[in-house]
Design a binder for this molecule. Structure first.
Ligand code: ADP
Length: 165
């Protein structure tokens, strides 16, 4: 039976850290659904449409290289509901540090109480990208810094365009 995984986040912007988790997720699941959420953020750097287009482009290239199926979806409610709607059996999360661990452990407990049988699988961040954070990238970009080491070129270009708006 094909295994579907659901990977949720705001992806504002999608980073090399997210893409590392996504690429490694393709070695575990047959089909990956990426849920782009975060519509409650009052000051997003990129619009939902821009975030989705960038995730589709960058994660799409990884899916193709791995011969795996990818779907990108917007979600507004609970990740567990979106995951179930997509037929996912697994929620994928990345762990960078102890702070992620504490938060993610608590969230996985709440999620498994709400959706028994939906398993959370944690992937340890890779040393090369484990320090990357979307919220710090947002701050650096807004202060005029160079974010090109942390995101793919397409994302850096989209952020540069958003800064000129
Ligand atoms: P949020 O839901 O807080 O907006 P993000 O969109 O930044 O989260 O991230 C979604 C998921 O990706 C989370 O599981 C987070 O821990 C993970 N993640 C974020 N950045 C990295 C990184 N650099 N390396 C590994 N995992 C990451």
């Amino acid at each position: 039976m094909a295994l579907t995984g659901f990977y949720a986040g705001s992806f504002d912007p999608v980073t090399k850290g997210h893409l590392d988790i996504i690429d490694r997720a393709f070695t575990l699941v047959d089909r990956l659904v990426i849920g782009v959420g975060g519509h409650h953020d009052k000051s997003p750097l990129l619009s939902a449409d821009e975030r989705i287009a960038l995730v589709e482009k960058e994660a799409g290239a990884l899916a193709q290289a791995r011969g795996r199926e990818l779907a990108v979806t917007v979600f507004d409610g609970l990740a567990v509901d979106a995951a179930r709607e997509q037929g996912a059996a697994v929620l994928l999360r990345g762990l960078r540090n102890g702070r992620d661990f504490d938060y993610e452990m608590q969230m996985s407990g709440m999620n498994s109480a709400m959706a028994p049988g939906l398993e959370t699988v944690f992937l340890a961040a890779s040393p090369e990208t484990g320090f990357i954070s979307s919220s710090l990238i947002k701050q650096i970009a807004r202060l005029g810094g160079d974010i090109s080491a942390f995101v793919p070129e397409s994302v850096a270009a989209a952020i540069a365009r958003s800064m000129r708006r």
